[in-house]
Design a protein around this ligand. Structure first.
Ligand code: FAD
Length: 311
């Protein structure tokens, strides 16, 4: 119930105005976001890479309604990739990029899918020049088909292009089977959005069971699984399933969000696993922050405590 209310809040323009102008919000945001500028993202990425972690950098923003804004987001990614390459952070795909389709035009009233595909292709070309890859984030359930279509259409030219599957959706095991057979880089997560019961599972137990099912499909095929969760139980299941499938540690990776379970990120990396941190930056952090608060009451408590302590 609280989660649903918070996810609804993530779409409220009025609340966005109140929260983003509260000075205290900045401290809370700093826990989950690298900073506002590409320079902040590069500095945080450098620290994570030095610690033996990998990164996927996300320029915050979503639900773009102006084609010019979608073009500006694309240009920011292209610039960022140039800077990452100059800083030699892309070697071996150590730093890669995550892109939200609606940030680059998917939600535009006219020609949204075409615009998003063209902008993602531009970002993929810049990533290829920099020697790295792109992962297309997955947004709410209405975006799944167009997003998977864009990835499928671009993969012949950019075979490293990855996508995301959310285990809260009933369709996901079937999507995993198709992507696994094609050898795609697939990030598996639980899903940070809400959806009607017809398309999504209602209970945590069902979402977790579906996660484990998808995991087995991805680990036993030619796909490159990117296991995105902070859930200790699923991380243990993934490790055991990877070992049972005879997977080399370099043939899959764990992924976690910046600021969440950093000690666990290091523990897995020190044990020989590839671990990638999803590293957001930019000033449009409201939707991202509210999804993190919705996921975990402790995050919300931290936010409310910070508000209270500032009076
Ligand atoms: C790299 C990455 C990329 C993502 N990309 C997308 C995307 O494209 N689309 C999308 O819809 N969602 C995405 N997500 C978000 C994802 O769908 C989940 O909403 C989010 O990861 C929370 O789910 P969880 O698997 O971590 O488990 P949860 O069910 O939230 O938590 C399970 C358990 O994990 C542990 N845990 C969780 N958080 C913490 C914490 N802060 N501190 C300590 N322990 C904790 C606790 O033991 C908890 O009980 C992404 C997540 C990651 C990690």
């Amino acid at each position: 119930m609280l989660r649903r209310a918070l996810l609804a809040a993530s779409a409220s323009t009025r609340l966005r105005g109140i929260v983003t102008t509260a000075p205290v919000a900045r401290d809370v945001v700093a826990r989950f976001v690298a900073g506002e500028t590409a320079a902040d993202a590069l500095a945080a990425a450098g620290r994570l890479l030095d610690a033996g972690l990998l990164v996927s950098i996300d320029y915050l923003g979503e639900d773009t309604v102006e084609p010019q804004h979608a073009a500006a987001v694309t240009a920011e990614y292209v610039r960022l990739l140039g800077q990452l390459s100059a800083a030699r952070m892309c070697q071996g795909g150590a730093a890669e990029i995550s892109v939200k389709p609606t940030a680059v035009g998917l939600g535009l009233a006219e020609h949204g899918e075409k615009t998003a595909r063209e902008n993602i292709a531009r970002i993929c070309a810049a990533a290829r020049d920099a020697g790295t890859t792109v992962t297309v984030d997955m947004e709410d359930h209405t975006r799944v088909d167009p997003t998977l279509r864009i990835v499928q259409q671009l993969r012949p030219e950019f075979p490293g292009l990855g996508c995301v599957i959310q285990s809260y959706l009933r369709r996901s095991p079937a999507d995993c089977r198709a992507l696994a057979a094609a050898g795609v880089r697939v990030r598996l997560c639980k899903g940070a959005y809400s959806a009607p019961a017809g398309v999504a599972f209602g209970s945590r137990a069902e979402v977790d069971r579906c996660y484990a099912r998808c995991l087995r499909v991805l680990l036993t095929g030619p796909a490159y699984p990117m296991i995105a969760t902070h859930d200790p139980r699923l991380i243990a299941i993934a490790g055991a399933a990877a070992a049972a499938a005879g997977r080399h540690p370099a043939s899959f990776e764990y992924q976690m969000l910046y600021g969440i379970r950093p000690a666990e990120q290091l523990r897995l990396a020190r044990a020989g696993s590839r671990v990638r941190v999803y590293l957001p930056y930019g000033s449009d952090w409201y939707g991202y922050l509210v999804r993190r608060l919705a996921e975990r009451p402790a995050n919300l408590a931290f936010f409310l405590r910070s508000l209270a302590s500032r009076g």
